[in-house]
Ligand binder design. Sequence first.
Ligand code: CP
Length: 325
Amino acid sequence: MQTYLRGKDMITTQEWTKDELDTVMNVAFELKRARAMGIPHASLRDKVLALLFFFSSTRTRSSFEAGIAQLGGHGAFIDSKTTQISHGDTAKEIGEIYGRYYDGIAIRHCDWNAGNEYIRDVAKASRVPVLNMQCEIYHPFQILADLMTIIEKKGDPRGKTITVSWAYASSYLKPISVPQSLLLLMPRFGMNVRLVHPPEFKLMPDIVAQGQENARRAKTSFEIMDDFEAGIEGSDVIYAKSWGPLLTTDDPVKGKEITDRYQDWITDERRMAMAADDAIFMHPLPADRNIEVTDGVIDGPQSVVYDEAENRLHVQKAVMALTMS
Ligand code: CP
């Protein structure tokens, strides 16, 4: 267990050792138990976390705000549109200045070719830890919550298979940060990965290569497939969600036209029955119901989406408690 993580940024789990991530999991389970038993755990009394959003959120904002309050601190929600950022405040200035007001800076910035760079520029200038609430490349807190949920539902994740699949959605071209972060983290905890998508929905080659390298080191398998049903067959964890064909085109009109070719990529009861008997269905939400996944699956006995959403709270509290104390 690592006992000194003060000041460490969480931008991607790749920058945390396995031992450090094990510590996050341990602390998250401890905090979840403490909350269940009504045991106060205000280890961040008087600490303030900036929550800077360039993109909307239901779960991320609420779980960070609730989490910092439960730790005895305060979350300051800042909508980027209400700041002077569009009038010239640079990432360096935000890092320097917010770093002097706050004890941590959490940022969601998902703009293509801009979000991750922005978060890293803030981190370079900041004297306090910077937490990535989602960029165009990574969504580390979602995936830590996913790992916690898999451990709760399946026990030791080693040797289990996770299917990280594309699914159809009609609402908007969703970011690729969730599947990319899954590919990076799950092999490090011993899971076999099946990445499944139509040809136009490739993920960033260097991220896939890092995931493959993580799998090689952990001696797990890493398959890339383009057949949805073959990808589900016998798998322990079905994590099927939509993402945009962003490596093929960043034009939303062309992207929608490509996406609409694959309207049959929906997780329904028939497909879910192809997975292992005790398989679980995961989705970070929001989902396009009856387009991406049927009500029968997402509301059914194999779905763990609400525990997954709850665990955002516990893993985020763990990282805040470890880095901001
Ligand atoms: N899963 C997730 O990040 O949800 P929000 O976009 O609502 O924060």
